[in-house]
Design a protein around this ligand. Structure first.
Ligand code: C2E
Ligand code: MG
Ligand code: MG
Length: 639
């Protein structure tokens, strides 16, 4: 029989190509990676040994017996090592970190027996031998090698199947493919033993792994060259299941600001330097670039001292500038240590911690508990908002607004309330910003507007002296194209004039979204709506936007009043009083009506009236109350 070595030669080229690809490409220093490279090297050696061994077997008298023996022997050694190395590779892939050593030792037993048999073959010839014509023959125990290889493969398939939830579908498919494809040539070679197909098929399987599992293009961040967010996500799938990990977080705040300051390219260069530095510091662990200059290091079995050491070196390094020349900058940095699963139980919470921006103050420590509880509270409130939107269970409270000129209540502010059966009252300062972020404010705004119109109509508020109701308008509502149509349609339904509604816009909103606001307010104003500027004095006090928008009332924020006259002690602070007096005078001179919020005491009321403030709102008159209470109140106060 003449062995055909063409397939082996093809396999050599394929293996060399894969090795080149793995080694000379920006690779990853991960354990699994190294094991994969190990499999390639073994495969390569086996191919060379198989080629030379087969040539010697084809033409035994041309080669010395030692050469013939050595290459056949090397082939059997290297090829039989593959199965165990594959199992080690699988262990790393599925993250079978714990008890790995014990399991590996147990699994190595058949391999050790097999190796002892192979190594001692020159003495007994039970694995292979050469007959008197120097023809290669399988020994009596050779089938045992097949049985052991088969057992390893079966165990491998079982491992992948059992842990398929922890690895992606693409990965497990590639592994199944690899293991199944190694069976094909065995069957083929039983029929056609002269065709040396085994290694060629092994190489095809390794190539399958290269293009799926070892293909790093989709898991590497092209800017920083380290693993990206997607890679972290897929790894975390199994980490969350197995536990016992620690994640180190490193965050640089305000990336946008630095991008603007020194330009994208220079900032990217700095991020690259930081990544390289970080990888060096944590070289036994995987470092991830999670975007927005937030980095994560996933550590398996790290000690407290080690994390402290990393923290210390990191904070020290960040005291010095990054980058070159005039583009070098010193950054504040936040450092966090998250234990999985002690600190976080879900992937969602973990990513929330990774993404959480600096909470205003530049602290070097990320407060895991605080950040998580803030996030969990947000999730809860979001759920409660959702429920209230579905059940239309928001309520609208009314807070009377005192008209100093007539000494009566001529208007009121509508304030939305979220009262949950289980969790009680959720303050608007909490649920309004959340609903602005998730868009629920559109539903809430519509609900409040309609409630106000219905109340105005049904209770005949006009006849009780109420000229208009103040309704808070969020800037998110202003971005909606249909706002005007919606409001007009509701007004028509209740036959109410637009002048019965004063829409309040907060000062901070005007600073951020000027263009949108100017447009929306312009159209609504043409329809007959009036506008008030809310919380004056808290945002960017840029007066120029006030000229562009037709405000009739300016609502001075309670913080300005409280600084001038403390509601608890009635004590006055000289400079704050001067500021308030001058603000009121200036705004009045500009032709605005003035409303002051947060009036809690009689002395505040008298002081503001003396100053000529048109409207007063605050607990001194009434807290925000339910519509029924408000209607009764009106009957008394405006009688
Ligand atoms: P805002 O529009 O400035 O409303 C005035 C807030 O001050 C109300 O808080 C009111 O209860 C409170 N307040 C009034 N007088 C006093 C006082 O004498 N002392 C004290 N300590 N507080 C007083 P509330 O109801 O908690 O609302 C907070 C904010 O939530 C509102 O501030 C407004 O920006 C927002 N908001 C409330 N309802 C709605 C709504 O339907 N839509 C929108 N977009 N925002 C709303
Ligand atoms: Mg308001
Ligand atoms: Mg206000």
């Amino acid at each position: 029989m003449t062995y055909r070595i063409e397939f082996d030669i093809a396999a050599v080229f394929l293996t060399l190509f894969i090795m080149y690809y793995i080694v000379f490409r920006k690779g990853l220093r991960r354990h699994a990676n190294r094991v994969y490279l190990g499999m390639l090297v073994l495969n390569f050696l086996a191919e060379i040994a198989d080629i030379i061994g087969s040539l010697a077997n084809n033409d035994p008298y041309y080669y010395s017996p030692l050469i013939q023996y050595f290459w056949n022997f090397l082939y059997i050694v290297t090829h039989n090592m593959m199965a165990l190395v594959l199992i080690i590779y699988l262990f790393y892939l599925i993250g079978y970190e714990k008890d790995k050593k014990k399991a590996l030792i147990a699994l190595s037993v058949p391999y050790v027996i097999e190796m002892l048999l192979i190594l001692s073959n020159p003495f007994h010839g039970l694995i292979f031998y050469f007959d008197e014509n120097r023809i290669y023959r399988h020994g009596a125990v050779f089938p045992l090698l097949y049985i052991i290889a088969f057992a390893y493969m079966t165990f491998g398939i079982y491992l992948v199947f059992r842990h398929r939830k922890g690895i992606t579908a693409a990965k497990s498919n590639a592994l199944f493919f690899f293991m199944l494809i190694t069976f094909v040539p065995i069957i083929f070679q039983i029929i056609f033993p002269q065709y040396l197909l085994t290694l060629f098929f092994d190489t095809l399987g390794l190539m399958g792994i290269l293009f799926t599992i070892e293909n790093k293009d989709d898991v590497i961040n092209p800017t920083t060259g380290i693993l990206n967010r997607y890679a972290l996500q897929t790894t975390l799938d199994r980490v969350m299941i197995s536990g016992g990990y620690t994640m180190i977080l490193l965050k640089i705040p305000n990336l946008n600001y630095y991008n603007k300051m020194i330009g994208f390219e220079n900032m990217n260069d700095i991020l690259r330097r930081i990544s390289v530095w970080l990888e060096k510091q944590c070289d036994s662990y995987s470092c991830y670039d999670c975007g927005r200059a937030h980095f994560a290091v996933l550590c398996d079995g790290i000690t407290g001292e080690e994390t402290d050491h990393i923290k210390e070196t990191t904070l020290k390094r960040f005291e010095r500038p990054w980058g070159k020349g005039r583009f070098s900058l010193v950054f504040p940095v936040q450092f966090g240590v998250v234990k999985i699963p002690d600190d976080v139980k879900t992937m969602e919470n973990l990513f929330m911690l990774i993404d959480a921006p600096f909470d205003g103050k530049i602290t070097t420590e990320l407060n895991v508990d605080k950040t998580i509880s803030r996030y969990e509270r947000n999730v809860l409130v979001e759920r409660l908002i959702d429920k209230a939107v579905r059940n239309k269970s928001f309520q609208v409270y009314y807070q009377p607004i005192w008209d100093s000129n007539t000494g009566s209540v001529r208007s009121a502010e509508a304030l939305c309330r979220l009262i949950d059966d289980e969790y009680g009252m959720i303050p608007p300062d909490e649920f309004i910003p959340i609903s602005e972020r998730n868009g629920a404010i559109l539903e809430i705004g519509r609900f409040v507007f309609e409630e106000v119109c219905r109340f105005y109509k049904e209770e005949r508020l006009k006849s009780h002296g109420i000229d208009y109701i103040e309704v808070n308008l969020s800037v998110v509502q202003c971005m909606s194209r249909d706002l005007e149509k919606l409001f007009v349609e509701i007004l028509d339904r209740y036959s109410i004039d637009a002048s019965c509604i004063n829409l309040e816009i907060t000062e901070s909103a005007t600073a951020e979204n000027r263009k949108i606001l100017v447009d929306t307010i312009g159209t609504l104003s043409k329809r007959g709506f009036n506008f008030s500027l809310d919380d004056y004095g808290t945002g960017y006090s840029n007066i120029s936007y006030m000229y562009e928008m037709p405000f009739s009332i300016i609502k001075i924020d309670m913080s300005i009043l409280w600084k001038a006259i403390d509601p608890k002690t009635d004590e006055r602070e000289r400079n704050a009083v001067i500021f308030l007096e001058n603000t009121v005078r200036m705004l009045k001179d500009m032709g605005y009506h003035i409303l002051v919020e947060g009036v809690e005491t009689i002395s505040q009321k008298l002081f503001l009236e003396e100053m000529g403030c048109d409207y007063l709102q605050g607990y001194y008159f009434s807290k925000p109350v339910q519509k029924k209470v408000f209607a009764d109140y009106l009957k008394v106060v405006n009688a």
